[in-house]
Design a protein around this ligand. Sequence first.
Ligand SMILES: Cc1cc2nc3c(=O)[nH]c(=O)nc-3n(C[C@H](O)[C@H](O)[C@H](O)COP(=O)(O)OP(=O)(O)OC[C@H]3O[C@@H](n4cnc5c(N)ncnc54)[C@H](O)[C@@H]3O)c2cc1C
Length: 381
Amino acid sequence: MSDETVIIGGGPAGSAAAIKLARQGIPVRLLERKPGPHHKVCGEFISYEAAQHLEELGLNFAALGAEPIRHVRFYNGESELIFDLPLTAWSLSRRLLDSALLEQAERAGANVALGTVVRQLSRTDDGWRLVASSQSSVRPASMEFSAKTVFLASGKHELRHWKRNVKESHRQNMIGLKMHFSPSVLHQDQWRNTVEIHLFNGGYAGLEPIENGNINLCFLISQDIYKACGGSWSGILERLSRTSSHMKQRLATLTPCWCEPLAVSGIPYGYIHSPDDAVPNLFSLGDQAAVIPSFAGDGIAIALHTALLAAHIHASGGDSRTYQRLAFNDLTQPVRDAERLAGVLSHRLGRKTAFACARLWPGLTREMIHRTRVGQSNRMQ
Ligand SMILES: Cc1cc2nc3c(=O)[nH]c(=O)nc-3n(C[C@H](O)[C@H](O)[C@H](O)COP(=O)(O)OP(=O)(O)OC[C@H]3O[C@@H](n4cnc5c(N)ncnc54)[C@H](O)[C@@H]3O)c2cc1C
């Protein structure tokens, strides 16, 4: 039995755990199915809480060219609400963020294997057996690993036999789409330091500047809207531009960078790993631990928080049940509050009331954002 800890998945959760474990002298192997840098469906928003963790892990946002985010513009039809963030957030494409973290993991001493897909995870008498295959086009190969402890950080992807125990009420019919655009020279300044959230019936969209001056558009729409647009990208954009004159103006001044958008579906918003489902020596991190509604922009912070908590508990000899219980305690309130808020904002009247209340009591927006954040934990210091 190898005394390596094996991490499945090289997103923010897997890489952060690898860095933390390797820095503490624990032998760690990280298996990531993608062979190199790649885009992911994501708003690319790095909350202040996530940024704090990332800086501690060694990332330098300025050096990576990330855009500081200081303002949020909310839109509900023609209504606009501008909010200044109390603490600076960042915007960086996932392609850059995830690769920078993987490099940092290697630098810390983790054994990182890219292009390696874990096909099977099974229990043995004293730990785990993993069957993986390499994605290499030159020499595709099957391989096996053994480990006493496994960190499961495969994001939205389920491993055969280790699927998340998702309740029916968390199975949603939303489709997530993402596209990078280049803005016209005339409109570049309107994007500086600003993220926009456009709310509409059947979904919402986020627009924000990223490292190279391009703009990321990421949005969620119901399957009904998707079908009504015939599933075509041009039809969906046309439908989006009808949500408000603001969105119409944005889309008219943006040029798509790719031929096709990235898409994802079946995201179990509201899922939280129950401590009752804890399995000895298996730590579930990131989206495998909890899935917060995307508009909260805190999924990366949750990935990092759970990774650092799991690494801390594992390094200090604690077990996975203790970890899953503590993670559950930390994640339940932000995920449930974000779900409640998403419920209110999904209705026309709810959005109107929320905008009116936010204008009357400016502290309310700050309080709502605060309630959807997973806090820094003293336990990990
Ligand atoms: C529409 C949308 C918008 C979002 N916007 C934001 C936002 O703006 N800000 C924010 O903070 N969060 C956002 N999120 C959430 C955020 O993207 C996730 O919470 C975050 O990526 C979770 O990190 P992770 O490491 O758990 O998983 P991932 O980032 O998904 O990483 C999992 C990794 O595991 C690898 N993998 C999967 N299966 C295997 C396997 N069998 N073998 C080997 N490797 C495997 C994958 O290739 C992947 O690299 C958004 C989510 C959606 C759907």
